[in-house]
Structure formats: C-alpha cells, structure tokens
Design a protein. Structure first.
Length: 445
C-alpha cells in the first residue's frame, strides 16, 4: 500500500540546454554535498540524489513533491526554466537506468557515465540524503548497466574520431613502448589522440607548431615536449605516429617530403593521421612503402559504422532496461504490500491467541501439557489456513502493480488504525519476515 511517496526527476542535459545554462547549475565536491543536504531538508523530500556531469544535471527526489527538485535549478538560474524535463514514477526509474547504461549519452555506449552515476550515489550516501529507496534504485541502475554492457555490443568499438585514430595506431604497432608520437599543429582531436597514445605507453610526445607559444601550451597539456617548426623534417624521421591538425590550406606533409623522411628512417613504418580539413597530408603519401595514412573521412567512416552497429544493439539494450524497470516496479509494489500482510497476520494471531487462552482457562485444568499445546497449535493452524488465500492474492496484486487490493484489505481488516495506534509502522525488514511467514503458513504451525 502506497504511503504517498514517489520518485521524481527534474533535469536538463546536452539534449535540452546549451552549455551556458548547464554550467550554471553544475555542482561538484563539497558544494554538491551541501546542496544535497539542503535538498534533503526541503519540504516533501525523503531522499535525494544529484547526477552532475558536463553533459547533464539531474535531480532525483523520493518524496511527495517535485517542487524542491525544480527549485534546485531555478534558484541557481532562471534561464533553466525553459530547458527542464520532468519524469515521475516508472518514467523516472527508466530514465536513470537508460542514463547509467549510456543509452542517453552524447556518444551511445560511452563508458564514463556509469562511473559518474556511481560517484553521484556515493556523494548522496556521504551527505546522508540517500536512504533505502535511493540505495535500491541506484544499485538496480548499476546492475542494469552491467547487463547492457555484458549482454549487448552497445559499448563495443570506437565512438569518436580520436578513439578511432588511437585504435588504428594500436592495430599497426601494438605495443607503443619506446615509440615517439609527433603532434603537428594544435587541433583538439589531435591533442585528445596524443593523450590517449601516451596512456598506451608512447615513449615521447613531441609537439610542433608555427607558433612557439601554442606549441609550448599544447606540450604542457599533453605531457609532451615543444619543438621548433623549422625542425619538422628531422622530427618526422624520429616519430612513428604523426598526428596532423593545422590550419594550413594545403598539404604540410607532401609525397616528396615523406619519401625523404622514409629514406632517412630506413623504411621503418610510420602512421600519418590527418585530422585537418582541408587535408594536411598528401593522399599520395600512402602509395609509399610502409606508410600508413588516414584522413578524417577514413576515420569518420569507422565511427559511422560503429554508431550503426551500436544503434542496432541499442534495441536489445532498451529491452533489458524495460525488463529491469518492470522488475524494480514490481519489487516496490510487493514491498508496499508487506506492511499490510504483516499487520493482518499480527491481528489474526492476537485474536487466535486470545481465544485459545480463553478456551484453556475453561478447560485447561482437564488437559495435560500435550493437550494445551494441541489447542494452541489448532488456533495457529486456523490462522494460517484462513490467511493463505488472502496472502497469495495480495502478493499477486502487488506484483502486477495493482495498488487497490492492499488498501482494501487494510481497510477491511482495520490494520491501518491498528498500526497508527501502535505508533510504529512496520520496518521493511520486519514486515518482510512477517509477510514471509504469512506466505508460507505450513512452515509456521
């Protein structure tokens, strides 16, 4: 039986809001923790969690209203009003499961978001704003994401140009230990690829740019060493991987230059990744022996193929999410029925015990200990048999999402008034145990 509380989601993301709005509501560290504490103390909020990344800020509230979640955004910037989306109940659950499974990400299947959701739950737990409901919700979201990653191919393959560039280099050279990477120009994709190659074990990152200042700044950013533009040819002799991304309107690496470089390298293999538009590497370079050259179109084709493959896998992933949402909802409905089941059993057992004691008071003197236990067992057996049918029906109704039967049973048996008079609504753990006894009456004579 519902206590009036529900899961509410209010959020904005890269799909609904520009970065200028997202950055005004994004929070991290102690500031996020303080905001969670304040949110948890707001009227109508029992539990709360905030997922805050560069692409989304989402507030999940378990309580009786979404007003506090909406105010979380509007108190930070009035501009958020036109960019917010809201979800309630199973729709909010579904959204979180899709987010954790990277089905709502800018790059379908990207792996970072699951870690970010786990971090969000960790902050909520640390701020003591995540109670039993949010804990179950978050852990079910993690389990859903794990199923999606293990049972589908939605996260397989490179999802960006820079990732494709790195995977191509890996296929050509394998282990990058002892190899040099040369970054020509100062493009963002080149910098991302250089960082990834460094993480794969590249020995050195060399950076060359017509502007010495930009070369020095980029070298610091990627953990490399700036080199003068005038030394480009000698740098090409050293480098095994060359990432080219300049603003030049024509070829920076020509066939003639590459031929001289390959002679000086004694034909050691080299990989050119041309990330520039217009192209900076002459396509004729690929005609030379041991020269592997790829331009932006080559890389985009791989990305497109990956996205197409991921999109077909996403259908399977969505089915997994849907199954998990239904499972979580059924589990919640069953939990909602447990207090009613437990209270019904307590009420029936109290009546049976009182009647058994009254009977024993009249005839107890004529019975030995075995006879007294038989009377008590008979009373308990009557309770078990009478409650067996109602218990099974209530559990079926809860599992199917029918909220009316538990409420009707509570009213018919008068257990709501009973629990109120006791002043202690049953804890989920205690209710689960008592309802379990009701569901298996033959084990409790």
């Amino acid at each position: 039986m519902s206590d009036g509380r529900e899961l509410y989601l209010v959020g904005l993301s890269h799909k609904t809001a520009p970065v200028a709005v997202r950055e005004r509501v994004a929070l991290s560290g102690e500031v996020l923790k303080e905001a969670l504490v304040a949110l948890h103390c707001a009227d109508g909020v029992s539990e709360a969690m905030v997922v805050s990344t560069c692409n989304r800020v989402e507030v999940y509230v378990y309580g009786r209203s979404l007003d506090a979640a909406r105010r979380f955004f509007l108190d930070r910037t009035a501009e958020a009003a036109g960019h917010l989306y809201e979800r309630t109940g199973p729709e909010a659950v579904r959204h979180l499961f899709r987010v954790a499974s990277s089905l709502d990400s800018m790059v379908l299947g990207e792996p970072q978001i699951l870690g970010q959701v786990k971090e969000a739950y960790g902050v909520a737990a640390s701020a003591q704003s995540a109670g039993p409901f949010v804990s179950r919700l978050a852990n079910r979201a993690f389990a859903t994401a794990k199923r999606v990653r293990s049972e589908t191919e939605v996260a397989r393959g490179a999802g960006s140009v820079s990732q494709v560039a790195v995977e191509l280099v890996e296929k050509i050279f394998g282990d990058l230990e002892g190899r040099d990477v040369l970054l020509v120009g100062a493009g963002k994709m080149g910098a991302l690829s250089a960082k990834a190659l460094r993480d794969l074990g590249a020995d050195r990152i060399l950076v060359s740019n017509r502007s010495p200042e930009r070369a020095a700044a980029l070298a610091e950013q990627v953990g490399g060493r700036a080199e003068p533009w005038e030394s480009l040819e000698s740098l090409l002799v050293l480098a095994d991987v060359v990432l080219v991304s300049t603003g030049a309107p024509t070829y920076v690496l020509t066939r003639e230059l590459t031929a001289r470089v390959m002679k000086a390298r004694r034909q050691r293999s080299v990989c050119f990744i041309d990330l520039a538009v217009p192209r900076n590497v002459d396509p004729a370079c690929a005609e030379l022996e041991n020269v592997y050259a790829y331009d932006i179109d080559d890389l985009q084709k791989v990305v497109a193929q990956t996205h197409q493959a991921r999109a077909s896998e996403a259908i399977r992933a969505e089915a997994i999410v849907e199954a998990e949402v239904m499972g979580f909802t059924r589990e919640r409905e069953t939990r909602a029925a447990l207090p009613v089941l437990a209270a019904m059993r307590r009420r029936a057992e109290e009546i049976a015990r009182a009647e058994a004691e009254r009977t024993l008071a009249h005839v107890g003197a004529r019975l030995d200990e075995k006879g007294r236990r038989s009377v008590e067992a008979m009373a308990q057996a009557i309770v078990n048999k009478l409650l067996h049918g109602p218990t099974a029906r209530l559990k079926e109704a809860a599992a199917s999402g029918d909220p009316t039967l538990p409420g009707a049973a509570a009213e018919l048996f008068g257990v709501e008034a009973e629990e109120a008079s006791r002043g202690r609504p049953p804890a989920p753990e205690r209710a689960a145990g008592e309802a379990g006894a009701a569901a298996n009456p033959e084990r409790h004579p």
